[in-house]
Ligand binder design. Structure first.
Ligand SMILES: [Zn+2]
Length: 388
């Protein structure tokens, strides 16, 4: 079937296959309704005050005032900048490195950290273990990023305990793009969301069992959410900046470009006006492709939806972009397949097992996308280096 045959929200372009979506009698989706509420009814001044109070409570109580976990992408860079300049904290900056940061991104991140002058702790997990978990979670959930979802959220919590830094400041609130939570009930970034939507329903112990003894439980330690009693023993608080401040992607990007010289980069499979998002990861093209096979939409639908909700793009323009970009076959696919050691047919077969009804994907009909300028420098595979 054609992607445009899916039922889509009458305000944004999100289709019926998006997780947690439902439509009202006018065909408007629940997340659009939530955003109207965000703009009209949330008392952001009160929320910001609450945020300040939380931050001040922890200030000066230890070697660091808080942990700011970063990838170096637009969101975490903006939050780090704001926490230092506006909230005047002394942070420990931590980063879980999923193994797939692109070269330009690493240079960008390091230059900014140098400029901001912060202590930085980075953890890059064992690629051999990562590879095994990727194949396993791809097969089981149609999502190969289990290690990244878990590492990004669990490892900084372990560091909080280890270094006794109770306050963690995360980025966007999940209320921005799903309805697992709403703006009246901002979630703390703790065990609950971790188990609800972050870890794909697979704990580190589950993964250990699935991998049939080929990986030691110690190898999976970075992906294990700490015990609640250990977190409570340091009096932890783990909050999303976006739950206390109105989230303004384009404004935030402008701030870090102007104030820090943060640079954008080409991103696979999306219009160039969005080349500020997910530019850090080699795998983002493959993730979007999988999402398209499973749900009939990719990141162009999501990004244009954000712009429609922010009032900066018409629905007609969004539909044009979705038609042109969603569902392009990424030029990085051969690199990914060689890296995981599977054939394209095997990949397709796995992906098709996770298709969300009523979507039906005709993979063979998808058009080829353009290769990123740096793909030949990724060094993930020997032949990948020569270009796919
Ligand atoms: Zn909508």
């Amino acid at each position: 079937m054609d992607k445009m045959d899916l039922r889509r929200c009458s305000k944004c372009v999100m289709p019926e296959t998006h997780e947690t979506i439902f439509f009202d009698q006018n065909g408007v989706c629940n997340v659009c309704k939530q955003h109207e509420y965000k703009h009209e009814k949330v008392d952001w001044a009160a929320k910001e005050k609450e945020f300040s109070e939380i931050v001040n409570r922890f200030k000066g109580t230890g070697k660091y005032d808080c942990i700011v976990p970063i990838s170096g992408g637009k969101d975490s860079t903006f939050i780090l900048y704001t926490m230092i300049k506006k909230y005047k904290v002394r942070p420990l900056v931590v980063s879980y490195d999923h193994n797939f940061y692109r070269p330009h991104h690493i240079a960008n991140r390091d230059r900014i950290l140098r400029e901001l002058g912060v202590d930085f702790l980075i953890y890059r997990s064992n690629p051999a273990v990562v590879k095994k978990t990727m194949l396993e979670s791809l097969k089981r959930k149609g999502d190969f990023c289990w290690h990244c979802h878990c590492g990004v959220f669990a490892w900084p919590m372990q560091i909080a305990i280890k270094y006794k830094i109770p306050l963690l400041i995360w980025g966007e609130s999940a209320a921005e793009y799903t309805s697992y939570y709403d703006f009246d009930n901002p979630e703390d970034q703790d065990e609950k969301p971790f188990n609800v939507y972050i870890n794909l329903g697979i704990t580190a112990d589950d993964m250990h069992g699935m991998l049939d003894g080929t990986v030691d439980m110690r190898d999976l330690a970075p992906y294990k959410y700490p015990k609640l009693k250990d977190l409570k023993s340091i009096g932890y608080r783990s909050i999303c900046y976006g739950a206390y401040h109105p989230w303004d992607v384009r404004g935030q990007v402008e701030t870090i470009k102007n104030e820090l010289g943060w640079e954008v980069d080409e991103v696979e499979g999306i219009p160039d006006k969005y080349w500020y998002t997910k530019l850090e990861c080699m795998m983002s093209g493959i993730r979007d492709y999988l999402k398209f096979i499973k749900r009939g939409f990719g990141r162009t639908a999501q990004l244009t939806t954000d712009d429609i909700r922010a009032g900066s793009l018409s629905r007609d323009e969004a539909i044009k972009l979705v038609r042109a970009y969603d569902g392009l076959k990424p030029a990085s696919l051969p690199v990914f397949l060689e890296y995981l050691g599977i054939s394209e047919d095997e990949f397709n077969e796995i992906a098709l097992q996770h298709v969300v009804s009523p979507w039906q994907c005709d993979i063979k009909s998808l058009k080829q996308g353009k290769e990123l300028w740096d793909q030949k420098h990724w060094g993930l595979t020997r032949s990948g280096q020569k270009g796919a």
